[in-house]
Design a protein around this ligand. Structure first.
Ligand code: HEC
Length: 168
């Protein structure tokens, strides 16, 4: 076998290159493995980092139910429920006008002094009671709160006073 110096150099050279490529791959894999075990885990578990993410994805606002407290709520805006109280005229137009407007079904007509005078003479307390609890009279049937039981007592009473006012 002829000893060819070029060939043996070439063989050695290729072996060397191969080893280098192997080392490069090895290093890449090692670096990948180490960063997977350290860097990412380290960042994900970092309390500061977590807090920053929480802060970024926190909803702009939250509604707390009555009695519920939200931790770290920051600025709290308390919204008072709006209890709408109808005025006497509004109550009248909503609940009473159907019968008292034109004097339907025996209802004393609003503004009819003669129809209201004997009723007013019995005292406003009785009128309030009849309007609130309902009342079967000689002329007809007055339903409790005119059928609008969702209205408050005060609202009904204000409407009675409005009717009395109209009749004077
Ligand atoms: C469904 C018809 C109807 C509606 C609605 C109605 N009323 Fe009457 N109301 C009557 C009738 C009928 C009478 C007369 C009853 C009688 O004296 O026989 C009456 C009588 C009254 C009286 C006189 C009671 C008394 O002691 O003489 C008052 C006060 C009164 N209504 C207030 C109201 C008010 C306030 C509303 C609205 C919130 C209302 N009513 C809605 C039918 C109605």
């Amino acid at each position: 076998m002829e000893n060819n110096p070029d060939k043996s150099f070439f063989d050695l050279f290729m072996l060397f290159i191969g080893a280098l490529i192997g080392i490069v791959f090895g290093l890449v894999l090692l670096a990948n493995y180490i960063s997977g075990k350290t860097q990412q885990v380290f960042i994900m578990d970092e309390a500061n980092y977590q807090a920053q993410i929480d802060a970024r994805i926190r909803p702009v606002g939250r509604v707390a139910l009555d009695g519920e407290t939200i931790e770290n709520a920051g600025e709290v805006v308390k919204i008072e429920p709006v209890a709408e109280v109808l005025s006497a005229v509004q109550v009248y137009n909503q609940a009473c006008v159907a019968c008292h407007g034109a004097g339907i079904a025996g209802a004393p007509k609003a503004g009819d002094g003669a129809a209201w005078a004997p009723r007013i003479a019995l005292g406003e307390a009785l009128l309030h009671q009849h309007a609130l609890e309902g009342y079967q009279g000689l002329a007809g049937y007055m339903p409790p709160k005119g059928g609008h039981t969702n209205l408050s007592d005060a609202e009904i009473i204000s409407a009675v006073e409005y009717l009395v006012e109209q009749a004077r």
